[in-house]
Design a protein around this ligand. Structure first.
Ligand SMILES: [Fe+2]
Ligand SMILES: [Fe+2]
Length: 205
């Protein structure tokens, strides 16, 4: 049995300090890779904010037809305004950074509205449960992105600001009875699973 050869590409006389360091997590990122990552981040966030706008439009369409202007409608309408601002910001980023938008926009157009409308048809608490579930996923999603964006402080700040809004939306939905919706855990789990799938698809497609 022969011993495995141990390659020694760095001569012994070079001190440890002079030797090239093993690439750490940050050293692995090449400019091209970072650019691709930022493009994926902008693409998926643009898609997500678009989906959020459509969810709230679906909810408001049903809730306004049913209840006119209940307190819940005002809460949802305020969230919808903020989602529109988030979407506008990502619209601008898509143009400025020349990022290809997701090819799935037509799907999110329909699926977002349908989810919003269906949740509102189940009742105001179900609409709030939908919001709490969606915003909970987005909170975690944005937190993960923020942790990778030290090389892009402007984008990092934008996402951090929006994350604060999404957390506020989740908390507001919880304070408006989200957890009292019928079959809350089942419904919340299904919405969250759908959001995770939408995120994975929109990063790539
Ligand atoms: Fe948003
Ligand atoms: Fe939100």
């Amino acid at each position: 049995m022969t011993a495995k050869p141990t390659p020694r590409s760095i001569p012994r006389h070079i001190s440890r300090r002079q030797r090239p360091q093993a690439p750490g997590p940050q050293h692995n990122i090449t400019p091209t890779q970072a650019g691709a990552d930022v493009a994926a981040i902008i693409r998926v966030d643009h898609a997500g904010e678009y989906g959020a706008v459509r969810i709230y439009e679906g909810q408001l369409a049903v809730m306004r037809a049913r209840a006119g202007t209940s307190p819940a409608v005002k809460v949802i309408a305020h969230m919808a305004e903020q989602e529109q601002q988030h979407l506008n910001a990502f619209d601008a980023l898509i143009n400025e950074r020349r990022v290809r938008p997701t090819a799935l926009a037509p799907l999110w157009h329909v699926a977002g509205f349908a989810l919003g409308a269906a949740s509102a048809m189940l009742g105001e608490k179900s609409a709030m449960a939908c919001t709490a579930a969606v915003e909970d996923v987005i909170d975690g999603h944005y937190a993960k992105q923020i942790a990778t964006l030290d090389h892009d402080p402007a984008l990092k700040k934008t996402i951090a600001d929006f994350r604060a809004d999404e957390i506020a939306h989740r908390n507001e939905a919880l304070s408006h009875g989200a957890e009292k919706a019928p079959a809350y855990r089942l419904f919340s789990g299904a919405v969250k699973a759908g959001c995770h799938l939408a995120i994975r698809l929109s990063e790539r497609l």
